[in-house]
Each structure stands twice: as C-alpha cells, then as structure tokens.
Design a protein around this ligand. Sequence first.
Ligand SMILES: *[C@@H]1O[C@H](CO)[C@@H](O)[C@H](O)[C@H]1NC(C)=O
Length: 275
Amino acid sequence: MLALISFFVLVVCTISHGKDVLLKKPDCGHQIVDSGMEIRRFAQEGEFPWAVLLKYEGTESYKCVGSLISDRYVLTSAVCVTGGFQKLVGVVLGEHNLGQSAHSEEYGIEKITVHADYKKSSQGNHDIALIKLNASVKFSDYIKPICLPSEGNSLLQAGDQIILAGWSKGTVDEPRRTKKVVVRRVITNEECQQLFAAHKVTINDNFLCTHTLNDYKDCTYPGDGGAPIMLKSGDTWYQEGILSFGATSCGSNIPDGNVRVSKYIQWINEKLIEN
Ligand SMILES: *[C@@H]1O[C@H](CO)[C@@H](O)[C@H](O)[C@H]1NC(C)=O
C-alpha cells in the first residue's frame, strides 16, 4: 500500500511539474487589425485586444491596465492590486474609448494572486500579480489573449523597440480617452541602473527597462501601471514586460522599470495550475 501511494504521488508531481497550461501560438497574440510596431498615438479599434482595464470603486475608476493571457486570467502589476487605490471591483475587456465602447465586457474577480516575494518597499521587484476572472471569457474580435515568451527566453535586446497600450490621460493638454499606444526603446539593465542610481533603485535581472526613442519622445503616465510591454515577432504578439514604475512627467531622463515577464513564466504557469 505504501509503495502504491508513493508511486501515485510521484506520478502526480511529475505531471504537474511538466504541465504547461500557457497558451501558445497560434492560439494567442493575433488581432483583426494590426499596425505592427508603427509609431502612432492611438490604437485602432480591435488592436491590442488583450489590453484590459482594471476598474476600481469610485468615480475616477480606471487607474491601471492588465493583459488577458488566457480565457480566465489577467496579468498585471502587484501595485495595481495592492497599492493605495480603491477596491478593485472588476476588469473591462474589449475597451477602446473609455466608458463608451461597443464591444466591451465587464467581468468580476474571483481571486487575486500577488507574487509572494513582492513587498511594497521593494522598489518594484516581483511587481507581478494575476487576476482570476469570475467566469470564462468569450473571445471575440475585440477580446483576445496575448502570448507570453518562454521561461528565461526574452525575445528582446537593447535597442529594440517595444510598444505599450493603455488609457492614461497623458499630459494635461492632451487627454487620451482612447486606447493609446506608446513606443519606446529597450535599454540595458546596466544603463538603467546608472539612470536610477540617484533614486536608490536597484535594477536586477527581473527588470526590463525602456526609454524614449532617440528621435521620438513618448512616455507612460500614472494610470498605465500594469500595462503590457509588447513585441511582434513573426506574426505573433508577445508580452515581454509589465509596466511597473517610471517618471511622472515626460522629458526627464528617467527610464521605465518593468517586470521582465520571461523571468516569471514558471510562476505564472504554476499559479494557473494551482488556482
Ligand atoms: C461576474 O461578475 C460580473 C460583474 O461583477 C457579474 O455581472 C456576473 O454576473 C458575474 N458572473 C458570474 C458567472 O458569477
């Protein structure tokens, strides 16, 4: 009997360890309209259909972004679900123009999982969280999941351009109520560490830093937290980062610090299996 139990445990462990429940292309990372990495201010309707809005209690209820990675899970930053915001009450999928999108669907929240090593005091390290929606999402032209890279295997190199989608207001004179697009450039962690040194931020391998392009300045703003940092490889979109922290005004020489998603693939996979 003992031998039988041990055998059973062993088999279960092996299966659960080797199991990969994350979506793979072509089941993720595709959209009905696609302007690729082209520089622009706004997304077209249906573009980046995995970018979702987190909805909080209160009037100014949109303060963070997330990304749909399966029919049940949204990836975002830990700050967005533990920070000084109001209570998170739902997730809006398929949004284009804030509060008035024909194709949007709101889901409730079943469970929030924050990385166990994330601490509010730890300057963005492990700033990653998963939101389990209260029902399975019905994918549509406007609601689709993005692919994730494989563990430890970032497709990005310093100098590469990346793209981010969100709904932050941007500068005061340029309100952006429509899903916006920010194009930025990946920098090395060494350069990032130098730029953050004065701010006592430590950049380790878990970070992916981005800066403005050399000839085009576009920035993220408060409200973009948790937004997906994306790259198109072949015909498929991958999420390489999660926006974590940066400057509150454009024009400074401060980069954005993002979670490097390829460092957390095992964690994400495990949490999806556990939940
Ligand atoms: C999920 O949550 C939404 C929004 O709170 C609610 O309208 C819906 O009825 C819930 N669905 C299920 C299956 O519980």
